[in-house]
Design a protein around this ligand. Structure first.
Ligand code: PMP
Length: 357
């Protein structure tokens, strides 16, 4: 029998980068530094503690965790204004479930994160995509025009953007929020890579107190080096958070996840300790690539988009043949490399020189 699959899901492959066992994995923007033994011990003890009450459902409201996350974010954000879920992917899907839906539209600007259209599809929300400028910046006039024309209930804007690394100036965010407010929409600034911003690039958190239709999404997957724990979160008005509480599944965030994230937050200093190293390594990588004659997008994230190659797949494959896995993503001709340890970046550079000469 033919399954009654939704029409728009027919023939679709599940999203995801290849998970290959390679010596140098620089393909999904992970933090290359694993936790120290001290962090391992504290997290393990917290998990053991949580295990003692695993016969009970977890705290549905994740109160202690949201308080700790609010403390980390600062900017006057309170626990009532924070929401947490299994990765920021889930947070953003919940945003679409609450604010999207049939007859409604979500908007973003390409090239951008390839999961956004999937959130829209899964929440049965229309999808409209504007474009970024040649240098991957966002033209405010274009963005405002798209918002006014399509009247989205949700605008998804990453800052820094994936896969280009481009951060948004605050006045751009403010203008898009003002345009979205006129058509009754919320704006999600996805700061998954926020901690890697270059000096002087502000966070959209600064606009929260004055912008009721703004939500700022964050994750522990990148700077916190905790991708395996699956903990994403958001800061927004208490009204936006209350809407997410309506659509979340009961007990969506396991007691184990909450315990792991809380324990990790007790080690914020150490876990974020490598962010400055990674930012410096990123800047060195960008300079090195430019020095070799490649085009490289300015990056405020822990990756760099570089090109352009007439046959990018051949370059990607050549690197993989040498044990270095990067990502074939972004506009035609470009490739994205995540920033790893100095040794990993040396392996990447040596392989790239071999492949492209
Ligand atoms: N937003 C952006 C822009 C991303 O690149 C990613 C991960 N690649 C995410 C959100 C989701 O991250 P997570 O679900 O691990 O929080």
């Amino acid at each position: 029998m033919e399954l009654p699959l939704r029409e728009e899901l027919r023939g679709i492959e599940p999203y995801g980068a290849p998970q290959l066992d390679v010596p140098v994995a620089l393909n999904v923007n992970e933090n290359p530094y694993p936790p120290s033994e001290a962090v391992v011990a504290d997290v393990a003890a917290a998990v053991a503690d949580a295990t003692r009450t695993l016969n009970r459902y977890p705290d549905r409201e994740a109160t202690a965790l949201r308080e700790a996350l609010a403390g980390y974010l600062g900017h006057g954000v309170t626990a009532r204004q924070v929401w947490a879920a299994n990765g920021s992917n889930e947070v953003m899907l919940q945003l679409l479930q609450a604010f999207g839906g049939p007859g409604r539209t979500a908007v973003s600007f390409a090239p951008t994160y390839s999961m956004y259209p999937e959130y829209a599809r899964d929440a049965m929300t229309g999808w409209v995509v504007g474009h970024r400028a040649e240098d991957f910046s966002l033209d405010v006039e274009h963005a405002v025009t798209v918002v006014k024309e399509h009247r989205p209930s949700v605008v998804l804007l990453p800052s820094p953007n994936n896969p280009t690394g481009t951060a948004l100036p605050l006045d751009t965010v403010a203008s898009v929020c003002a345009a979205a407010a006129e058509v009754g929409g919320v704006v999600v600034i996805d700061e998954a890579y926020g901690e890697f911003r270059r000096e002087g690039t502000p966070s959209a958190l600064e606009l929260l107190p004055t912008t009721p239709n703004l939500a700022v999404s964050r994750t522990m997957s990148k700077a916190f080096a905790l991708a395996g724990a699956r903990l994403g979160y958001l800061a927004a008005s208490a009204e936006i958070v209350d809407a997410l509480r309506v659509v979340r599944l009961p007990y969506h965030l396991s007691a184990v996840t909450q315990a792991v994230a809380l324990a990790a937050l007790r080690h914020t200093g150490e876990l974020l300790g490598r962010v400055d190293d990674l930012r410096a390594e990123r800047d060195r990588t960008v300079e090195w690539l430019r020095g070799r004659g490649h085009e490289v997008a300015d990056s405020d994230a822990n990756f760099a988009l570089f090109g352009r190659f007439p046959d990018r797949h051949a370059v990607w494959q050549g690197l993989l043949d040498r044990g270095v896995l990067i990502r074939e993503t972004g506009p035609d001709g470009w490739l994205r490399v995540s920033i790893g340890t100095p040794d990993e970046m040396a392996a990447f550079k040596a392989a790239l020189v071999e492949v492209v000469g």
